[in-house]
Every structure is written in C-alpha cells, then in structure tokens.
Design a protein around this ligand. Structure first.
Ligand SMILES: Nc1ncnc2c1ncn2[C@@H]1O[C@H](COP(=O)(O)OP(=O)(O)O)[C@@H](O)[C@H]1O
Ligand SMILES: [Mg+2]
Length: 250
C-alpha cells in the first residue's frame, strides 16, 4: 500500500533522511517511535505530500510522488500530491479543525468540495461517522465548544469521510489531557481492527505493543530498527534502540 524508497530529505543544510526505506502492506499497522526530532513527523508529512523531498520515491496505492529539487512543483507534481492525499488521510497532534465551521460542516466540507458528493449524501455519511465515534450530539457544535478528545475524534471522522485507503496519525494523543487519551486511542483501535492500513507516530508504548503489526524506531533521521513489537520491546538489537527504549520505558 505504501512504499518509501531511498528517501532523502533536507531542511536547508540539514540532511535529515539519508536514504530511508519502508514498505507498508495493505491492512498493516505500523507504529513509528523514536526521540523527539528524529523525523517521525517529517516522514509522515512526506508520505502525505505536505513536505517535498530531494531524492527517492514514495508510492501510495499506485500514486507516485517524485523528488522535487526546484522551488515550485510542476502541474504533474501537484496532481500527484492531490491524489496521494485522497489515498491517505492524516490526523495531526493539533486537530486542525476549521474553527469557524460546526462539526458537521467540518466533516462534509471536503467530500462535497473535493469529491463532489451530493450534500445530502455527505451529511448522511457524516452522521453515521459521528455515531461511530459517539458524538452525534455535537453535530452542531463549534470545535471551540468541544474537549480536546472530542475535537480529535472529529478530526478522525473528518479524515475518514474521504474514504481513504490508509490513515496517517502524527502523535494523535500528545496534546490531550491524560483522561482523554483513552477515548481517542479506542477510536483508532476500532479502525485498526477493521483492517484499515495505518501508520502512526506515538509515544504511547502500551498502545504500540497492543496494536502494531510492526514497530519502526527512528533516531536522527535513520530507521534504526524495525520488527514486531514483542521482539522490538523485549529484545532490541542496536545500542541506539536499547538506549531509547530504556529511557522511554523506565
Ligand atoms: N519545517 C521545518 N523546517 C526546518 N527544519 C525542520 C522542519 N520540520 C522539522 N525540522 C527538523 O527536522 C528534524 C525532525 O523533525 P520532526 O520530523 O518534527 O521529528 P519528530 O516528529 O520525530 O519529533 C528536527 O531536527 C527538526 O528540527
Ligand atoms: Mg513529531
């Protein structure tokens, strides 16, 4: 479903990714962990076409993103970015809901404007998504009237309304109060159990252990280790992985 091959990414003079690779199969759940600043967000943003990269290739369900060395992307590049975003939905740490729109409008905006769905159909879909995340009663609320956990659940519903083939989550619970982490993780768990291809950066190690088919450890822009959670957590092979895990699990 997702292939990243020999990815190189620079931020100015900083050579962050020096040729990293990752394959994600359809239905697979891959959890990205690693210290802050190790490149997890940048990696997810590259896959979603939110960041350009300078070398390598990214393929999402057959759509290819190419490296861009010039400042302005061409028409073909823009089309690929647009198509990749239709394939892979993304949820951010900071929810990013449209603050001036009610919950319902947040969810139907892109299906109507981008997919050209009939408004009635989009509303029906939105209501069934809200039911699924237990927020039917908030359909007419503004994001500012919701708790962080509720806003993040709406952000997930908004991404799902586009019927993506895969979901990318960038630390979806990191800005939540502790008592709201569970409700968001449980929504994500539901999606994962339905077989949605998922890539998720998180510091929730218990969750990683529970849902991941595979864990990938980032450090300083490198993928330093990858494997099933049981193996990675019990038996890390590299010194760098051991150091990171002992710090986070202690
Ligand atoms: N927009 C940006 N401009 C310049 N440097 C950036 C930008 N975003 C991230 N970086 C740098 O790239 C590195 C990886 O950051 P990031 O992908 O946010 O890591 P993580 O999500 O693992 O914390 C860091 O050194 C960070 O400072
Ligand atoms: Mg990050």
């Amino acid at each position: 479903m997702i292939t990243v091959r020999e990815l190189h990414k620079y931020y100015g003079a900083q050579h962050l990714f020096k040729g990293i690779n990752l394959e994600v199969q359809k239905g697979e759940v891959v959890v990205l962990i690693g210290p802050s600043g190790s490149g997890k967000s940048t990696f997810l943003r590259c896959i979603n076409g939110l960041e350009y990269f300078q070398k390598g290739e990214i393929i999402v369900d057959g759509i290819e993103l190419h490296s861009i060395n010039r400042l302005t992307p061409g028409k073909k590049d823009m089309e690929a970015i647009r198509n990749v975003r239709l394939k892979a939905g993304m949820v951010f740490q900071q929810f990013n809901l449209f603050p001036h729109m009610r919950v319902l409008e947040n969810i139907i905006e892109a299906p109507v404007r981008v997919l050209g769905l009939e408004k009635n159909t989009a509303v029906e879909n939105a209501l069934s998504l809200l039911k699924r995340i237990n927020l039917e009663m908030k359909v007419h609320s503004y994001p500012g009237e919701l708790s962080g956990g509720e806003q993040q659940r709406v952000a997930i519903a908004r991404a799902l309304a586009m019927k993506p083939e895969a979901m990318l989550f960038d630390e979806p619970t990191s800005s939540l109060d502790p008592e709201m982490v569970g409700e968001v993780l449980s929504v994500i768990k539901g999606l994962v159990n339905e077989g949605l291809t998922t890539l998720i950066a998180t510091h929730e190690m218990g969750f990683a252990r529970e849902v991941a088919d595979r864990v990938v450890i980032f450090d300083k822009g490198d993928v330093i280790e990858t494997g099933p959670p049981d193996e990675i957590f019990a038996n890390p092979k590299t010194e760098r992985a051991k150091t990171f895990l002992s710090r986070i699990l202690s």
